[in-house]
Design a protein around this ligand. Sequence first.
Ligand code: CA
Length: 282
Amino acid sequence: MRVPRGADAPVRTLFVLALLCACLIPASAELQITVTVDPALPVPNLMQNAEFETGDERKPEAWGASTSLPRGGSFARLIEGGRSGAFIRVESFTSQTNAYLSQVAPVEQDTLYRAGAWVRLRGGTMVMWMHWWVDEKRFDERAYLHSWGSAPIVPDFVRLEWTDSPSPDEWQWVGREFSTWKGQHHVNMHLGAYFDRSSMDIDGAFLGLARTTLTVEVTGGEIARVRVVSDAGNEVWDSGELAAGTTAVRHELPDLPTDARYRIIATQPDGTEVAAWYPEEQ
Ligand SMILES: [Ca+2]
């Protein structure tokens, strides 16, 4: 960079000083990202022994295990090979019965939850059935997964992969969101076979709050733009180009799914980015 031509001595000294200062100060101050989340992530799992790691060989601790038809099915707790360690193998021998693991959990009334479990389904119909009685009305929320693997024509005449069945070797998430009713303080989670000759493995049950509020604050220097992106790559918020001289940004993002991680990306005027994950650990 050249000193302006024709500048007299004092101006020239000032210019050199200005250059010196510009070299000593970093390109821009490091931005700080602060994230406040209510409720914090990951939200607590309200199911006890959700990973089935304790119990005896037939039944996980804290869970019921029963069929509607006596001896219509079986339950086995296997201690290895699950999505995490132990898991439960559920078989139902006829379409005349259900075969359910069940557990009552406390919930807040009038609140959005998400619930589900991981399932490896070889054949038949798996249901997650959430129910309770509230003022003599039945609260009833369900999610299903079906596999043609139990059909007599599979695999001799029709290969399983020709049907719209899940892979019998992969864990599938079966779950949904639902709102509890006013006056409802419990829900009874049922996981298992639903009136279909079925064979499945179940692990990793979950019930927890479905939504959180994330408040993002960026400070510590000049900020050109702030973005929030989920770990699935969905854009949650984009501040757009901020006014020159912006040195503080605070933005509240309500109703965000609790089963995600969020990346906050703050861009400085020179284009450099400062980013942070929430939660930090997966
Ligand atoms: Ca497990």
